[in-house]
Design a protein around this ligand. Structure first.
Ligand SMILES: Cc1cc2nc3c(=O)[nH]c(=O)nc-3n(C[C@H](O)[C@H](O)[C@H](O)COP(=O)(O)OP(=O)(O)OC[C@H]3O[C@@H](n4cnc5c(N)ncnc54)[C@H](O)[C@@H]3O)c2cc1C
Length: 368
């Protein structure tokens, strides 16, 4: 009889975990609390380590069709100086995939289509989990329940599954906020094949194409944490860069605000018995290195390999944790300094792209 997995949460982590386990013969159901797949969230920067997992799931051509492949990484200062132009066009040969931008909604849709409607249940909020030696179960807010051999908590930064396993965990409270918005490439003169970062005193702004003629920007600035108009005004002053033109071309209704947080104390374990965690539920991180989704995909790859290799569930979850916890800790820690804008501004002054410099050492690992 097929083993049965219950996946709580249909974000990028949960959908891809469901798909990966289905690929190795598990009977999978993904339960999502919302009535529809997440539609908010602007664009997403997916790095080769994440894209390779999509390719391994057989989604390479689909992903290429919905995303934008980027060839250069340009770094500017807010006063208009070119800091660095890094050629990333050889990344498919070097890292196995291109640096890319994608509209989050398109990525979710692609994953959900590949998973199949029969494996996804919307409007099912998990409110409790329980297990004994042989089975695991979850209960939903609608009063129903489900039972299986393995339960994966992929329910995001405020994970109910994590709280059930390990109790409430403190999230960082630095008051950091990231702003994001969408614009049409046709409305602004920018290189559609470049990822661009602009660093200035007290703030940071980046943008890239995400497929379909669209692009997204992401930005953060010291003290600009509540009003979108304040963010627009702050970045509109970076007049020697392309930023004001992008702000002007952005439909204000697309501007979204997110508080960004990680765990005060990283979890030393992600699993208990037949239940484990994945993605932001296990390791929320600041988006400094834009690695959250890529790391969730790496979790999926390693979990799939561990379950394929070990018949014994405890051994599989142990192998998953041993491979992932130390590694993802590097990325979580590496993301934090990128929100010290003045420190990064100084690095930029010495002609160094703060993010690319970290990618090789922190985020990339081809052999795992
Ligand atoms: C501002 C910002 C910018 C970012 N930029 C990038 C980027 O450029 N690149 C990148 O790789 N990452 C980025 N990230 C991080 C990335 O979005 C996340 O790391 C990634 O989406 C994690 O996916 P996930 O599936 O683990 O969690 P989520 O995407 O949070 O999905 C969790 C899902 O679980 C559902 N859920 C929650 N509770 C329950 C419940 N009780 N029962 C059932 N379902 C439930 C939620 O509705 C949701 O659909 C960014 C994050 C932020 C905040």
């Amino acid at each position: 009889m097929k083993k049965r997995a219950l996946v709580c949460g249909a974000g990028i982590g949960g959908l891809s975990a469901g798909l990966a386990l289905a690929r190795i013969g598990w009977d999978v159901t993904v339960f999502e609390r919302d009535e529809e797949l997440r539609t908010a969230g602007a664009g997403l920067n997916l790095w080769p380590n994440g894209v390779r997992v999509l390719k391994e799931l057989g989604l390479g051509p689909h992903y290429a069709a919905i995303s934008a492949s980027l060839r250069t990484y340009r770094t500017f200062s807010s006063t208009g100086e070119v800091v660095a132009i890094d050629d990333v066009s050889d990344w498919p040969e070097r890292y196995g995939a291109a640096l890319s931008g994608v509209y989050r909604r398109d990525l979710s849709r692609m994953l959900a289509d590949a998973l199949g409607a029969g494996r996804l249940q919307l409007g099912r909020r998990v409110v409790a989990v329980a297990q004994d030696g042989d089975t695991v179960s979850c209960r939903f807010a609608d009063g129903g329940s489900a039972e299986g051999d393995l339960l994966i908590g992929a329910d995001g930064i405020h994970s109910a599954v994590r709280a059930a396993l390990f109790g409430p965990q403190a999230l960082s409270a630095d008051g950091l906020v990231r702003w994001r918005g969408l614009f049409d490439l046709a409305d602004v003169e920018v290189d559609p094949h470049a990822a661009v970062e602009v660093w200035g005193a007290g703030g940071h702004f980046g943008y890239m194409a995400i497929g379909g003629g669209r692009a997204y920007w992401f930005a953060a600035a010291d003290g600009i944490t509540t009003e979108p108009d304040d963010a627009r005004a702050f970045f509109s002053r970076w007049e020697r860069s392309s930023v004001p033109a992008i702000i002007a071309a952005t439909d204000p209704s697309t501007i979204i605000r997110n508080e960004i947080r990680d765990l005060v104390t990283p979890l030393p374990r992600w699993s208990r018995g037949r239940i484990t965690l994945l993605g932001d539920a296990a390791h929320p991180m600041l988006p400094g290195m834009a690695q959250g989704a890529s790391q969730a995909l790496e979790d999926v790859r390693i979990l799939k390999a561990a379950l394929a290799e070990h018949e014994d569930l405890a051994a599989a979850l142990d192998a998953y944790e041993r491979a992932r916890i130390p590694w993802v800790g590097n990325v979580v820690r590496g993301s934090r300094p990128l929100f010290d804008f003045d420190g990064q501004h100084e690095r930029v002054a010495s002609n160094c792209n703060p993010i690319l410099g970290r990618y090789d050492s922190i985020a990339e690992r081809r052999s795992a």
